[in-house]
Design a binder for this molecule. Structure first.
Ligand code: ADP
Length: 411
C-alpha cells in the first residue's frame, strides 16, 4: 500500500529546534550574537515553512534580501560573499539535523522540499551580491578616475605655480645684476653690500623653494629617511622662538611658546624634520595673521603621543579647504589658497609647507590636522593646527649605539 506522505510542515517543525541550535553553535561566537542570530533563524524558518507549504519561493525574498544587504555593506571591500556561505552552511546543517532527528524517509522528503528553496535562496543572494559588487566597483573606478584627473590637473597647476614662484626671486637677482652692470658701465661706485644682500636674499628664496620641491618629491616617493635621535621638544621650541623673534616683532605680533606637560620629555624623532614641520606651521601662522595678532604654541601628552598645537588669530581656513591644503599639489590649482593672494599681510610661499609637514609627521607615524571656524579676512576667526607626534621609546638599536659610543669615549 503506498505510504501517505507526511506533511512537510510537520517534518520541518520536528527538525526546527535541532537545526537552529546547530546553526547557532556554529555561526555565533557569543551569547549576545547567538540571541540575535536565533531571532533571524526563527524568522527564516517561519518563511521556510510557508514556502514549503505554498510552493511559492517568493516568500523567502524579504529575509534573503535583508541578510544580503546587511552583509554586503561590510564585505564589499574584502569581497567576502558572506550570505552565500551562510546559506551553504545552513543547508549542510539541515542535512546533519535530519540525520540526527528524522527517519530516512522523513529526511528524504525534507531534503526534496527544502533543497530547491535553498537553491533559490542562493540564486537571489548571489545575484544581489554580484549586482552590489559591480555597482561598488564601478563607483570606486569612477572615484579613482576623478582623482587621477585631479592629480593631472593639479600637477600642471603645480608646474605653473612653481614656475611663477621661481620666477620671482630670479627676477630679483636679475634686477640686481642689471643694476650692477649699469653702475659699472657708468663708472659709478658700487654699493656692494646692499647689492649682494639683495642677491643673496633672492638666492636664499630660490634655494628654499627648490629644497621644498625636493622634499615633496622625497615624501611622494617614500624616500624620506628619518634620522632618529633623542630630543626634548622644549629645545626645538626654543630654537623656533629665537628664529621667529625679529619677524614677529616687525609684525607687532605676540608669539607665546608655552612649556607643557611632556615638552621636557625625551622623545625619539628626527629632530631636524620635526623642527621643519613645526616651523612650516609657525611660518603660516605668522603669514596669515594680521599685524598685532597673537600666536600660541602649546601642547599636551596623550597616550603614546605628544600633541603640539599652534593657534593663531589669523584669517582662518574654510571647511572646504581644510582637507585640500594638506594635499600635495592640491592647493596649488586654486590660486586663492596660494600665498600670493589678496591679503596684504601675506608673504610668499610655493604652497608646499603643509604637504611637507604632513609628510614628515606621517613618516614618524603621527598626523596633522587643522581646526578653524572658516576663512574671514575681516573678522579673523583664527586657526589651530594640531601635530600628533608619537612618543617612541629608546629602541634596542639606539641603546646599543649609545653603549658603543660610551665605550668608544672610554678607549
Ligand atoms: P603657502 O603658505 O606657501 O601657500 P602652505 O602649504 O604652507 O603653502 O599652505 C597652504 C595654504 O593653506 C595657504 O596658501 C593658506 O591658504 C592656507 N593656510 C595655511 N596655514 C594657514 C593659517 N595659519 N591661517 C590661514 N590659512 C592658512
Amino acid at each position: 500500500m503506498p505510504r501517505k506522505p507526511e506533511p512537510i510542515q510537520k517534518i520541518l517543525v520536528k527538525i526546527r529546534p535541532v537545526w537552529i541550535q546547530l546553526v547557532g553553535e556554529e555561526l555565533a561566537q557569543d551569547a549576545e550574537m547567538r540571541a540575535s542570530l536565533n531571532e533571524q533563524l526563527e524568522r527564516f524558518f517561519d518563511l521556510l515553512i510557508q514556502t514549503a507549504h505554498s510552493g511559492d519561493t517568493a516568500w523567502m525574498d524579504s529575509v534573503l534580501l535583508d541578510w544580503a544587504k546587511s552583509s554586503t555593506e561590510t564585505n564589499l571591500e574584502t569581497g567576502v560573499y558572506q550570505v552565500t556561505f551562510l546559506l551553504n552552511r545552513m543547508m549542510a546543517l539541515m542535512i546533519q539535523a535530519a540525520k540526527e532527528t528524522l527517519t530516512k524517509q522523513q529526511a528524504l522528503d525534507l531534503l526534496a522540499a527544502v533543497f530547491p528553496i535553498f537553491t533559490y535562496g542562493l540564486g537571489v543572494v548571489a545575484r544581489y551580491e554580484m549586482e552590489t559588487r559591480v555597482a561598488y566597483i564601478s563607483s570606486e573606478m569612477e572615484k579613482a578616475q576623478k582623482q587621477l584627473a585631479r592629480v593631472d590637473r593639479s600637477k600642471s597647476a603645480f608646474i605653473s605655480v612653481a614656475a611663477h614662484e621661481l620666477k620671482t626671486p630670479l627676477t630679483l637677482i636679475d634686477g640686481y645684476a642689471s643694476m650692477m652692470e649699469d653702475m659699472l658701465r657708468e663708472g659709478k661706485g658700487l654699493p656692494l653690500d646692499s647689492l649682494l644682500a639683495g642677491m643673496r636674499s633672492g638666492i636664499q628664496r630660490l634655494r628654499s623653494i627648490v629644497d621644498d620641491m625636493l622634499d615633496v618629491s622625497m615624501i611622494d616617493n617614500n624616500l624620506l629617511n628619518l634620522n632618529i635621535q633623542p630630543i626634548q621638544l622644549d629645545t626645538l621650541l626654543e630654537i623656533l622662538a629665537r628664529d621667529f623673534h625679529s619677524t614677529v616683532q616687525r609684525r607687532r605680533q605676540t608669539l607665546e611658546i608655552r612649556h607643557f606637560e611632556g615638552s621636557d620629555q625625551w622623545i625619539y624623532v628626527d629632530s631636524a624634520r620635526i623642527l621643519q614641520a613645526i616651523r612650516n606651521i609657525l611660518e603660516n601662522a605668522v603669514k596669515y595673521t594680521p599685524d598685532g595678532g597673537k600666536i600660541i604654541v602649546d601642547g599636551r601628552t596623550l597616550p603614546g603621543f605628544i600633541e603640539v598645537t599652534v593657534q593663531d588669530t589669523g584669517i582662518g581656513i574654510s571647511l572646504e579647504n581644510q582637507s585640500v591644503i594638506f594635499e600635495k599639489f592640491g592647493q596649488l590649482g586654486r590660486l586663492e589658497l596660494h600665498s600670493t593672494g589678496k591679503t596684504k599681510f601675506k608673504g610668499g610661499g610655493a604652497g608646499l609647507g603643509l604637504p611637507i609637514a604632513r609628510g614628515i609627521l606621517e613618516a614618524h607615524g603621527g598626523s596633522i590636522w587643522v581646526e578653524s571656524e572658516g576663512c574671514d579676512e575681516e573678522k579673523c576667526p583664527g586657526s589651530t593646527f594640531h601635530l600628533l607626534i608619537p612618543i617612541r621609546t629608546e629602541t634596542a638599536e639606539t641603546k646599543m649605539k649609545r653603549l658603543f659610543d660610551e665605550l668608544e669615549k672610554k678607549e
